[in-house]
Design a protein around this ligand. Structure first.
Ligand code: COA
Length: 341
């Protein structure tokens, strides 16, 4: 079996389309209710990373040249190198599973991670998929559990939502911004994220690190745009002090524009209990309805232990969908199991 390194930046368009087909044929089996990927800025989505991060990808084809002819490869793997941790993804075509393709791809990932001097690998695994057994087989250990919830906009009680949006304590100014927070709010916005991060370390692996420092925030906003991900934010500002009391971020990916991803929602601890969390999330849904008429759903991930946020989400109509698990493994152990020297 030949595993070849593949660079989305320079790959022919037919190969990008072939990867999209692989992802969709796998998704139809693993996550049958998820919207399919569209080949729209998919090259950028796959190739672009945050400054300082790098990505490597590999393919396995049934016959050499398949992908260039638009035939889906039978497997794909990539590693996102985040500094001191590598985040892995391995996807094998349903018709080619249990034949060792996943193992061969993971072996290449581990070889690269070892050469880069990483000490550990992390992976996000959708619950109730074959990926759970696969990663556990190679010694990955579950480190953190999240719940993914999905809100269908067609079920939203817009009248009730209007009450949530308005039901915020006096003295908070709520505003909506396409493309990220306005320049004058950057420092306060990043500070709110930093404060919440420090107050609540939920124990996750930071496989999707948040940007809580102004320069990094700017870089992350630019990177989202370059990857074809449209960012919308709603910010609650405490009028008397100018501080950011709460914020919520939603991204609409051009690659699956009917389902948006809810990113961070943050309410600074001393501003809790004034309806800020509900109000900003409700306002976001109203704004999305007009800014993104093609949008049908919003998905979000919450730590299983983050009960206040889960409650707010349920009030808004989010329905728990499935567990989303973070696994990690020591590189030395992985290299031993996979016989990488
Ligand atoms: C997980 C995945 C990558 C495994 O690929 P694969 O090529 O089938 O894996 P391998 O054949 O190399 O299996 C290696 C070992 O993992 C374990 N394993 C893999 N799939 C398993 C399953 N369904 N049940 C139990 N063990 C399994 C076995 O120990 C297997 O060794 P064995 O076949 O000798 O018993 C593949 O099933 C997949 O792509 N799943 C979906 C991934 C995903 O996250 N999807 C969501 C986004 S679309």
């Amino acid at each position: 079996m030949r595993v070849r390194e593949w660079d989305p930046l320079t790959a022919p368009a037919a190969e990008i389309a072939a990867i999209v087909a692989l992802l969709n044929e796998a998704m139809a089996i693993d996550l049958p209710n998820d919207p399919l990927w569209r080949d729209d800025t998919m090259r950028e989505y796959l190739a672009v990373t945050m400054p300082g991060e790098r990505k490597a990808m590999w393919l396995v084809e049934e016959n050499p040249g398949d992908a260039a002819r638009g035939v889906p490869p039978i497997g794909e793997a990539n590693i996102l190198m985040l500094g001191d941790i590598g985040v892995v993804e391995v996807i094998v075509h349903p018709k080619a599973r249990r034949l060792g393709v996943g193992r061969a791809l993971l072996t290449e990932v581990v070889r690269r991670a070892k050469a880069e001097g990483f000490s550990a690998l992390g992976v996000e695994v959708p619950g109730d998929t074959t990926a759970v057994e696969f990663y556990e087989r190679f010694g990955f250990v579950r480190a953190f559990t999240e719940i993914r919830s999905v809100l269908s906009l067609s079920t939203v009680d817009w009248f009730g939502l209007g009450e949530f949006a308005a039901g915020v304590g006096a003295g908070y100014q709520i505003s909506f911004h396409a493309g990220g927070p306005p320049e004058e709010l950057f420092v306060a916005y990043a500070a709110a994220k930093a404060e919440v991060r420090e107050a609540y370390d939920l124990g996750d692996l930071e496989l999707r690190p948040s940007s809580y420092e102004p320069q990094r925030l700017r870089a992350s906003i630019d990177t989202l745009a370059a990857r074809g991900l449209k960012l919308y934010v709603v910010v609650a500002v405490r009028e008397s002090t100018g501080e950011v009391a709460g914020l919520t971020e939603v991204v609409v990916p051009q690659q699956h524009p009917t389902r948006a991803d809810q990113y961070d929602t943050v309410v600074v601890p001393r501003h809790r209990g004034y309806g800020v969390g509900r109000a900003i999330k409700a306002r976001m849904l109203f704004e999305l309805r007009s800014a993104e008429p093609g949008l049908a759903e919003v998905q979000t991930w919450n730590a299983a232990v983050n009960e206040p946020l889960i409650r707010v989400n349920q009030e808004l109509g989010f329905v728990p969908d499935r567990q989303w698990l973070e696994y990690e493994a020591e590189l030395g152990e992985l290299a031993a199991v996979l016989k990488v020297d």
